[in-house]
Design a protein around this ligand. Structure first.
Ligand code: NDP
Ligand code: HSE
Length: 428
């Protein structure tokens, strides 16, 4: 028997699936114990269908999703169109029709995942999405299978390939922001709206999904604070280097005494930290847990073949489970009520970049402001001055989010100070 699949979309990722099915047939057949056939492919319109056919793609292209959803022979629907709608409607309809679904759509899963997982459970079908987090790194299945005996306490991740690629090219090779973004788009790394990549939104979606697998808690996307690489200035990069750090966009999810905290922000990483050497399109998930201790999972976070490999692995897993008659099992079974961390419990060292009058008493004024919030300085330096204004850089000892909010408000109220940036600093 052959298991038939229907692809929704035939862009960067979807067009990588045939490569794996063709180049790795023997192993895939052994694992799946069935043949897998791409029976139909949904494309946007007739022009796209003609373009793909002319390019030599010999698939049954359709332009109406009903041709896939109403086809009883198609058992698995693979959504690779991206964005929320119509993907949400199509996936919901597929699940309701008793079809198993594979997707890489983190936007959708982060925002509507509970509803879709509920539908999958109700209809006894599979909803798998390994590729939604860190592209080619098999992190979700690792968390739900291999970490089953362990308790994760913190997850730190370089979770967006596009922004990491851009930062690497800009910092190491002097590319402009525009050149780096254009190349990331050409290489198929970026989202259709790259704002999601550069503003930390895509990484925040991934943090939502990781929270479920690592901590069993479904945090709302709105509860994941996010800042992107567009906030980083060349001055920040230079001072980081001078102080022995590398700046990366890092997702940080941790369980404190009061609950879960998740955020995405540019972060100063000590050069010796394993995440500091994750460059280009590579992603990594660095985990702290009570059993294994520290471990890191590293690989390409975006790109056609790595992502298609994760998607195809999900398809194969479903086909095998159809054989074994265990297909209704949830992708992630770890679930407990959400409790959000109190801001007092979320502590980090911080970098402050402040423009201030270059005159006697400025440092004293700053020291008093920080001291009033019981924030202590770890490092302080004056970076540049035009005689009137100076750029002051402060790295603090560990402080809480509450202290951060308070001192930020005080700096704004003082009038003389312009707070250019505050980034988290990971301690040694
Ligand atoms: P692409 O934009 O390359 O491909 C999406 C395809 O779907 C396009 O051809 C698009 O057509 C088509 N499409 C969109 N809407 C419809 C529709 N209503 N009907 C028919 N076709 C439609 O995206 P990717 O392949 O890069 O990404 C696919 C998914 O995988 C996304 O959810 C993305 O976030 C995720 N992902 C991507 C990774 C990557 O490295 N690229 C890595 C991990 C996850 P058109 O061009 O006309 O809009
Ligand atoms: N645009 C995403 C990235 C794709 O660059 O990481 C992988 O999720």
């Amino acid at each position: 028997m052959t298991v038939k699949i229907g692809l929704l979309g035939f862009g960067t990722v979807a067009s990588g699936i045939p490569f794996l099915l063709k180049e790795n047939t023997e192993k895939i057949q052994q694992a799946a114990q069935e043949e897998i056939e791409i029976a139909k492919v949904l494309v946007r319109d007739d022009a796209e269908k003609e373009r793909l056919e002319a390019a030599g793609h010999a698939y049954h292209f359709v332009t109406n999703v009903d041709e896939i959803l109403a086809d009883d022979e198609i058992q698995i629907v693979v959504e690779l169109m991206g964005r929320i709608e119509p993907a949400k409607t199509f996936i919901s309809r597929a699940l309701e029709a008793g079809k198993h679904v594979v997707t890489a759509n983190k936007d959708l899963l982060a925002v509507h995942g509970s509803e879709l997982r509920g539908l999958a459970t109700k209809h006894g079908v599979a909803l798998y999405y390994e590729a939604a987090v860190a592209g080619g790194i098999p992190i979700l299945r690792t968390l739900s299978n291999s970490f089953v005996s362990d308790k994760v306490t913190r997850v730190l991740g370089v979770l967006n390939g596009t922004s990491n690629f851009m930062m690497t090219k800009m910092v190491d090779e002097g590319w402009t922001y525009e050149e780096a973004l254009k190349t990331a788009q050409e290489l198929g790394y970026a989202e259709s709206d790259p704002t999601n990549d550069v503003e930390g939104i895509d990484a925040a979606y991934k943090a939502v999904i990781l929270s479920q697998f690592a901590f069993g808690m479904t945090i709302d996307f709105d509860n994941v604070e996010h800042k992107g690489i567009s906030k980083i200035s060349p001055d920040d990069v230079a001072v980081a280097q001078e102080l022995g750090y590398v700046i990366k966009l890092v997702g940080d999810i941790r369980e404190t005494a009061s609950g879960l905290s998740a955020e995405v922000s540019p972060t100063f990483l000590p050069k010796a930290h394993p995440l500091a050497s994750v460059n280009g399109v590579m992603n990594a998930v660095f985990m702290e847990s009570i059993g294994i201790g520290q471990s890191m999972y590293y690989g390409p976070g975006a790109g056609q073949k790595p992502t298609a490999a994760s998607v195809t692995a999900d398809i194969i897993r479903i086909v095998r489970r159809l054989q074994d008659q265990t297909v209704g099992k949830a992708f992630n079974e770890f679930s407990r009520p959400l409790q959000l961390a109190a801001p007092d419990d979320v502590r980090s060292e911080y970098y402050f970049s402040i423009v201030a009058p270059d005159k006697t008493g400025t440092l004293l004024q700053l020291a008093e402001m920080f001291n009033a919030e019981e924030i202590s300085f770890k490092q302080i330096l004056q970076q540049a001055s035009d005689g009137k204004q100076a750029r002051l850089v402060i790295v603090t000892h560990s402080m809480s989010k509450t202290q951060l909010e308070n001192v930020t408000a005080k700096l704004a109220a003082a009038g003389d100070f312009t707070l250019q940036n505050t980034f988290k600093v990971l301690g040694e």
